[in-house]
Design a protein around this ligand. Structure first.
Ligand code: C2E
Ligand code: CA
Ligand code: CA
Ligand code: CA
Length: 278
């Protein structure tokens, strides 16, 4: 038993060291990535269920490290948040997405909005309304073409400031979406207090419909609540025709998911859109 205990301990320290080393090397690489243009945005269509029109796209960040290859955001965003590098990364994302959206406006079949994910730390480190305002101004994009995705948790962490920040953002004309809706630990009362435009049903529910009791009920409830509150509802992570059929029957407004398209580079999205509307 003693032997086993020691081995287990050794195993743990080794695993911890490996994780720490990977994290440290990620941090160093992330600093370089910010300077040397290793990021790219992919865009995933948001489709209106009633007529199949692509009304918007969500910008999703990709990091191509020269040695490590493609690193998923779930792995490096937390590191960017802990190190504060999220301010530079976040600014790059906002600016790039707005610039791209500005170009799409010239296309006949381009999307109307681009959605950008904001992390909770960005609100703590920066004056987001001021930043968004200056980026809209420098890229020449009207606020109504920008949609900001914020999680419930991020909102709750702002405490009493949340309402003021959201109102200042709304004053710029931008849209506010609540991301991963249904997974956060929060009160629904904020939907009434805050100027929110859209709810995004978390994919953990969407992927279990139509057959899993519970998940289907939660999705249906969010859709009905959105309708009653006059909010748009987007189902994310839609992969099957059966899921889409369920959403259509519930009168859900929009969906996103591999069923329509994976997140792709701007140029590829443009070609996909053109082929769709030919
Ligand atoms: P999210 O905002 O909830 O984004 C949805 C995720 O689901 C994306 O993963 C997307 O590629 C994936 N997805 C879309 N459709 C499907 C589907 O049909 N099936 C499945 N299984 N997955 C689908 P991704 O791109 O790896 O991003 C993961 C998370 O990283 C995002 O979750 C978001 O929280 C964060 N993230 C991505 N880009 C940014 C960014 O620019 N800034 C910040 N702060 N966070 C970002
Ligand atoms: Ca999102
Ligand atoms: Ca989400
Ligand atoms: Ca998520």
């Amino acid at each position: 038993a003693k032997e086993l205990g020691r081995n287990t301990f050794q195993f743990y320290t080794e695993a911890l060291t490996q994780a720490a080393v990977r994290r440290l090397s990620l941090e160093t690489r992330l600093r370089r990535a910010v300077k040397s243009d290793e990021f790219v945005l992919h865009y995933q269509p948001q489709v209106r269920i009633s007529d199949g029109r692509v009304v918007g796209v969500e910008a999703l960040l990709r990091w191509q490290d020269p040695d490590l290859g493609l690193i998923p955001p779930d792995e490096f965003i937390p590191v960017a948040e802990e190190t504060g590098l999220i301010t530079q990364v976040g600014e790059w994302v906002l600016r790039t997405a707005c610039r791209q959206m500005r170009q799409w406006l010239a296309d006949r079949n381009g999307p109307d909005t681009v959605a950008v994910n904001l992390s909770p730390r960005q609100f703590q480190l920066q004056d987001m309304p001021a930043l968004v305002g200056s980026i809209l101004q420098s890229t020449g994009l009207a606020g109504r073409h920008l949609d900001l995705e914020i999680t419930e948790t991020a909102l709750m962490e702002q405490g009493p400031d949340a309402a003021r920040i959201l109102h200042d953002l709304k004053a710029l004309g931008v849209r506010i979406s609540i991301d991963d809706f249904g997974t956060g630990y929060s009160s629904l009362a904020y939907l009434q207090q805050f100027p929110v435009d859209k709810l995004k049903i978390d994919q953990s529910f969407v992927q279990k419909i139509p057959d899993t009791l519970g998940a289907a009920e939660i999705a249906a409830t969010i859709i009905a609540m959105g309708r009653n509150l006059g909010l748009g509802v987007v189902a994310e992570g839609v992969e099957t025709a059966a899921q889409l059929e369920f959403l259509r029957n519930q009168d859900c407004g929009f969906y996103q998911g591999y069923l329509a398209n994976r997140p792709v580079r701007a140029q590829e999205l443009r070609e996909w859109l053109a082929a769709r509307t030919e």
